[in-house]
Design a protein around this ligand. Structure first.
Ligand code: GLN
Length: 474
């Protein structure tokens, strides 16, 4: 069969109405992955057998007259820091290159119970540290819109796979922007849920107080459908919250009556002029659709990036202590225990991971923790309070997702500070634990541009409604 730009809804209808079988559909996606993986490099592992076995089950159910769940039989891809039992889970790192997951992450159990078809594991920046996909041990992923460009990161393979029709939807993780920035660069909807909405059980921890799992999809409606399955309390993750929601419920509502805030601190010097113009035009369109837009101030925004780049490495340095050659993954040969730890980690980790472990141990070390770690924690509270105050006057906050569209592979790789600057608009949502979504609003020379919308805690439905209303009217 010929693959079209299928959404979840379309696949569901197609299966139900017997326009194609799940085996035909799954085979078509597998064919597309194999055809494209040499150039795009979105997948680390293709699980052909597993995918076809599940597809057969779905076909048997249809043949027996069973009623399909909305996501049942829908081919999807999973970022390689999320555990799927029996499949490799490398996290994009050499240290885990031979590691096989022995259980399912909570989100995977939920997706499997729904009946999705998992096509494979997607490429990513090593342990989700990066904004371009280039720090992966498995080589860079390419942007399907222009293969000289990065797809964004760290959920590079997940975004590229959805944009290139190698799956219908994918899961990514977002610690400082890793769902939204690649969504923006690849022309997709990327949602980072409220901290605690989605269980982190079975997901490789990068910075535990920032990490969230979320969907990368072609439409806002699809994003809501995936959230309806993956969100919810989980006894294995004590930060997961007991709050039920139907993420699709408000998606049809018009925007009239809503008030959006434009934080003046987010429209900075140095931002790409075309990106800025596209964002402002999109904001005008939202205004034409009936929303009110007003300028607001989030005064501590200027500290957000440094706060993130102090607290995140601190948590990274602690979380990555577990890769010690004993508990997980590969072990280097050495004469004694200390030497074994050092060799394992120096061979197994890439430069960006080592850089962050060193930064993290530094900001936590005696004598410096008060100056760096504790001050950054205080700033975290001030940044969060800015948002809480702003949401007294506005329903949602609009910003660019990134200061520029996708950049060339290699352009920022040797300059970590410039790379970190790309995260300037996305990190605040993680610092404050807020939900944030990027949706496509235009392009520059064929490279997509995303608008970011941030909401109060637990207001994902509003963000999805805004993205959906924009999508259906343009
Ligand atoms: N680009 C950011 C970083 O390098 C975000 C990473 C992420 O969200 N996992 O830290």
């Amino acid at each position: 069969m010929e693959l079209q730009n299928f959404t979840i809804k379309q696949v569901h209808e197609g299966l139900k109405n017997k326009e194609f079988t799940c085996i035909e559909l799954t085979s078509a996606y597998l064919k597309q992955i194999k055809k494209r993986n040499n150039s795009i490099n979105a997948f680390i592992l293709i699980d052909e057998d597993g995918a076809l076995t599940q597809a057969k089950k779905v076909d048997d159910k249809i043949a027996a007259g069973g009623k399909l769940n909305l996501l049942e039989g829908v081919p999807c891809a999973i970022k390689d820091n999320i555990l799927v039992e029996g499949l490799v889970a490398t996290g994009g790192s050499k240290i885990l290159e031979d590691y096989t997951a022995i259980y399912d992450a909570a989100v995977i159990s939920r997706l499997k119970a729904e009946g999705v078809v998992i096509l494979g594991k997607t490429n990513m920046d090593e342990f989700a540290m990066g904004g371009s996909g280039e720090t992966s041990k498995f080589g860079p992923t390419k942007n399907p819109h222009n293969i000289k460009m990065v797809p964004g990161g760290s959920s590079s393979g997940s975004a590229a796979a959805v944009a290139d029709n190698q799956c219908v939807f994918a899961l990514g993780s977002d610690t400082g922007g890793s769902i939204r920035q690649p969504a923006s660069f690849c022309g997709l909807i990327g949602l980072k849920p409220t901290y605690g909405r989605v269980s982190r059980y079975g997901v490789m921890a990068m910075a535990s107080s920032f990490d969230q799992i979320g969907p990368l999809t072609k439409s806002a409606e699809d994003s809501a459908l995936v959230m309806n399955v993956i969100a919810g309390e989980d006894k294995h993750d004590f930060t997961s919250i007991n709050k039920k929601d139907n993420f699709s419920k408000d998606i049809e509502k018009p925007l009239k009556g809503l008030v959006f805030g434009l934080p003046k601190e987010f429209f900075i010097k140095g931002m790409d002029k075309d990106v800025e113009r596209t964002i402002l035009e999109a904001i005008n369109k939202l205004r034409d659709m009936g929303a009110d837009v007003k300028e607001i101030s989030l005064p501590h925004t200027k500290y957000a990036l440094s706060t993130y780049y102090i607290l995140m490495p601190a948590e990274v340095s602690s979380n990555l202590a577990r890769y010690d050659g004993v508990r997980y993954g590969s072990r280097a040969n050495a004469g004694n225990l200390d030497e074994m730890y050092i060799k394992t980690r120096s061979i197994g980790f890439g430069d960006e991971v080592k850089r962050r472990i060193m930064l993290g141990t530094y900001v936590l070390s005696a004598g410096y923790a008060d100056d760096y770690y504790k001050r950054a924690q205080k700033l975290r509270t001030l940044i969060t309070n800015d948002f809480i105050a702003a949401f007294k006057d506005v329903d949602a906050i609009l910003t660019p997702t990134t200061p520029h569209s996708a950049f060339a592979i290699g352009e920022k790789f040797d300059d970590p500070l410039t790379m970190y600057l790309s995260d300037i608009f996305t990190v605040s949502a993680n610092v404050a634990g807020l939900p944030a979504l990027s949706f496509p609003v235009g392009d520059k020379d064929g490279l997509p541009i995303g608008l970011q919308v941030l909401g109060q805690h637990y207001q994902e439905s509003l963000l999805l409604r805004i993205a959906n209303q924009f999508e259906i009217s343009h």
